[in-house]
Design a protein around this ligand. Structure first.
Ligand code: IPE
Ligand code: IPE
Ligand code: MG
Length: 235
């Protein structure tokens, strides 16, 4: 049993989640994959809220990758619909709200209405204290290539780690301290390729729709047991 987490400190400012396992969760119940995404979207809201309660300043979730377009039209459109619903709901509570919502990814490939709503929500919440990044049509390699091309087009001839970091979707944010992947796979699937250089990785078999605050606690407790050396020596 994981320790109950009360409040995290500056060692854990940013948690990222690879929300995997929605399809399998639904299949196990004899339901269509879309149902898994629906329940997954509800769990996403609960997890974000819980992370805020335990003092996490930045939460990033992987909602849709550049590779997820390979799925059926029915599944893709159900995910887009759920995102649209989330945006509407978040807009409704944006006034005086706590949550700054930011999208990581190439929004120009999304349905136009969704792109507009997403940009509007970003603008409405830009001064809120707790950040949730939603990686949407996101690919880690594409992000880096796009950033490099932008720097070149601005006349940059020599790129540094600092200038590249500042050109990513996550500019100005700390790198994720902890990346949690649900669903039992041990890979990053093109998520935060640059930013994950020194992230602690945590994998769980729990399928995303089953994710509870206790599972977040288990990941956080494990994080606090780790020693981050960044190539140095301790002890
Ligand atoms: C993650 O769950 C959500 C997205 C990729 C959009 P999956 O849909 O990948 O669920 P599994 O891995 O097939 O169970
Ligand atoms: C990663 O899950 C992407 C998201 C959670 C949005 P996938 O289900 O797409 O990853 P793979 O295909 O198992 O690597
Ligand atoms: Mg999956």
């Amino acid at each position: 049993m994981a320790d109950k987490v009360t409040l995290c400190d500056e060692r854990l400012q940013h948690i990222a989640f690879i929300m995997d396992g929605n399809g399998r969760w639904a299949k196990k119940r004899g339901m269509p994959r879309e149902y898994g995404h629906k329940v997954g979207a509800k769990v996403f809201k609960e997890v974000i809220k819980y992370c805020g309660d335990i003092g996490i300043k930045y939460v990033t979730v992987y909602a849709f990758s550049t590779e997820n377009w390979k799925r059926s039209e029915k599944e893709v459109s159900s995910i887009m619909k759920l995102l649209g619903e989330y945006i509407k709901e978040a807009e409704g509570s944006a006034d005086g709200g706590e949550l700054r919502v930011k999208f990581l990814g190439d929004l120009s490939k999304l349905p136009k209405e969704l792109e507009r709503e997403a940009l509007r929500l970003e603008k409405m919440t830009e001064n809120c204290p707790q950040t949730v990044n939603i990686a949407l049509n996101y690919g880690g390699r594409a992000e880096i290539v796009e950033a490099v091309n932008r720097l070149i087009s601005q006349g940059e001839t020599s790129i540094t780690e600092k200038t590249l970091s500042a050109s990513l979707y996550t500019a100005g944010m700390p790198d994720p301290d902890l990346i949690v992947r649900t669903g039992g796979e041990f890979r990053l699937s093109n998520f935060l390729m640059w930013q994950s250089a020194y992230s602690e990785l945590y994998f769980t078999n729990t399928l995303w729709p089953d994710m509870k605050s206790e599972d977040v606690d288990a990941a956080v407790s494990e994080f606090y047991r780790r020693t981050r050396r960044y190539g140095g020596v301790t002890g």
